[in-house]
Design a protein. Structure first.
Lengths: 129, 441
């Protein structure tokens, strides 16, 4: 069973968000990393890049597939997890911790409230088997 | 395809098995009125000796092949050791296509790995791909890669880059919002107009030796490009020059692209040739084409793999770094065999011969009354000659009266150079040939 921390928000694209003072930290969920397999590369945006809601900001490359990563909230990239350049496997080993990807300053500070709660995400996962 | 002969008896036997009396009955489902009831309107079968005679007669019409040639300008006449042709015709190599289950084809992967290694050593770069179609398409890919790396849209390219390369690259780039700015050359024959490089520029693209044969000052050009945050792309059309000149990688190049035809590949009316593509390791994710790497199995045995293939079409699809995820396998093999047959010293010696013979020819031609060398920059094995009358006329006279292909009229690609022509001298041009050219002028 995939690990789904209570305090985070989730998307149906399997990203998680943690919001502090209008800035969201974003990564992919335990379920996502498990489905992708060994992550070998993350194609990251740059600090200062702006994205609209539901836009792809980068991609995760595993040994068997490449998947785009979306931001569910509009905003500007303010920080990147540079540690993933050398150790992309952190996305597998610690998806909610060292495997975080970007910090995005949200245009609308309340945008994340509309996303899935841990319970709702867990229920969603059960529907997709 | 196999040719399987059969006798009338065997045919009768086969027809009996399927219950027919003649072969034509096999075609009875085809309406009578569209069946051809006569033989094809082609010549009767020829004996092998007759075929050879006919082919010889056709080949003899290619009169250029038997004339002394000083043609270059992107395709070069160099000696190719017989081992090159001999080895590439081995069936294991000759019939192999890019392997779809790559690791089963260790021999193919090994020579690709060797090819990449040699190109890295020659260009002074950290990674090279398994080859591209040719030099011009490699340059076009460099445009696109520079845009991916810098996220800028403007390419500043020197007019002294081969005109056909620029045309191919412009065609590639035409639907991708690439802004292409061409910059000129000064009296020395070197690139000028560098003020066109700005903070929107993805790459400065120069050829060295350039189309006029002039060797560019790569280091200072690299500094100018880098100061603006742009990549520096060096195009090499005469790969033999890498045997003598300082590697572009040592001069600050971010991407080196070029044509490998000089490495033992016949001129063949302009193709198939082989594109070279090399870059620095930090850009490897943005490099197009396939890449072969070395790996070790669980027992520690060395093996070869296709690596980073996730950036190719079969996984990344529309997000692939290029729509090319194959390589010019057989020609890259030929170039590899050529480089390995000559070795480091051999390649240096060929390069020195080219440079020395060209220097001898340039000196002798410029001493002829009415002839001069319009550009002052140092050259490798090509140089521009300015004659007393239109170059097309000069070359026509040389061709018809002296059986010499004296070079390429610059007017074909450049305005304002009516009397100028490009002369190329390789190791295959003897002193006698050079002297004959000089006395014919």
């Amino acid at each position: 069973m995939a690990n789904i921390p209570e305090n985070l928000r989730y998307t149906k694209d399997h990203e998680w968000l943690a919001v502090t003072d209008g800035t969201a930290t974003l990564g992919i969920t335990d379920y996502a990393q498990g489905s992708l397999g060994d992550v070998v590369y993350i194609d990251m945006p740059r600090v200062g890049d702006k994205f609209g809601a539901h836009e792809a900001f980068g991609s995760v490359e595993s040994v068997k597939a490449v998947s785009e990563i979306f931001t569910p909230v509009a905003g500007e990239i303010v920080e990147l997890n540079d540690g993933l350049n050398d150790s992309p496997e952190k996305v597998n080993s610690d998806p909610y911790g060292d495997g975080w990807m970007i910090k995005i300053k949200m245009e609308n500070a309340l945008a994340a409230d509309a996303l899935l709660s841990a319970d709702e995400y867990e229920e969603y996962l059960s529907t997709i088997g | 395809m196999r040719y399987i002969p059969n006798s009338p008896e065997e045919r009768a036997e086969m027809l009996a098995v399927v219950g027919l009396s003649s072969a034509s009955e096999l075609f009875r489902s085809i309406p009578q009125d569209v069946q051809l009831d006569r033989g094809l309107n082609i010549t009767d079968p020829l004996a092998e000796s007759e075929v050879i005679a006919a082919m010889d007669a056709m080949a003899a019409k290619n009169t250029g092949a038997t004339k002394t040639s000083f043609l270059g300008g992107g395709v070069y006449s160099h000696y190719s050791p017989t081992i090159v042709d001999h080895l590439i015709q081995r069936s294991e190599f000759f019939t192999s296509y890019t392997p779809y289950q790559p690791e089963i084809s260790q021999g193919t992967l090994q020579y690709i790995f060797e090819f990449q290694t040699l190109i890295c050593q020659l260009t002074g770069m950290e990674v090279a791909n398994a080859s591209m179609y040719d030099g011009s398409t490699a340059m076009a890919e460099a445009y696109l890669m520079a845009r991916r790396v810098t996220r800028r849209d403007k390419i500043v390219v020197a007019k002294s880059v081969h005109a056909e390369y620029r045309a191919v690259a412009a065609t590639y780039a035409q639907h991708g919002d690439t802004e292409i700015v061409e910059i000129g050359y000064d009296d020395s024959g070197r690139v000028t107009g560098l003020e066109a490089i700005d903070d929107k520029t993805a790459a400065l693209v120069v050829q060295s030796p350039n189309f006029f044969g002039c060797i560019e000052d790569l280091k200072s050009l690299a500094d100018k490009a880098h100061a603006a945050g742009a990549l520096f792309v060096v195009v090499v059309t005469e790969a033999i020059s890498l045997g003598l000149l300082k590697p572009p990688g040592a001069c600050g190049a971010d991407i080196v692209v070029g044509e490998g035809q000089s490495f033992g590949i016949p001129m063949s009316f302009g193709g198939p040739h082989v594109g070279l593509f090399a870059t620095q390791e930090k850009y490897v994710r943005q490099m197009p084409g396939r890449l072969c790497g070395v790996a070790y199995d669980k027992n520690g045995n060395r093996g070869f793999v296709l690596t980073l293939s996730t950036r190719e079409q079969h996984i990344r699809r529309e997000k692939a770094t290029s729509n090319i995820c194959t390589n010019q396998g057989l020609i890259a093999l030929a170039a590899t065999i050529y480089m390995e047959a000559l070795g480091k010293k051999g390649l240096q010696e060929v390069a020195v011969q080219n440079a020395q013979k060209a220097a001898y020819a340039a000196k002798a031609i410029s001493a002829v009354d009415g002839y001069s060398l319009p550009f002052s920059a140092p050259v490798f094995n090509e140089f521009v000659v300015r004659g007393p009358r239109p170059a097309a006329e000069t070359l026509e006279t040389l061709r018809t009266e002296n059986r010499i292909l004296g070079g390429l009229a610059l007017s074909r690609y450049y305005g304002g150079h009516e009397n100028d022509f490009l002369v190329t001298v390789t190791e295959l041009n003897s002193k006698q040939q050079i002297d004959d050219l000089v006395s014919a002028l």
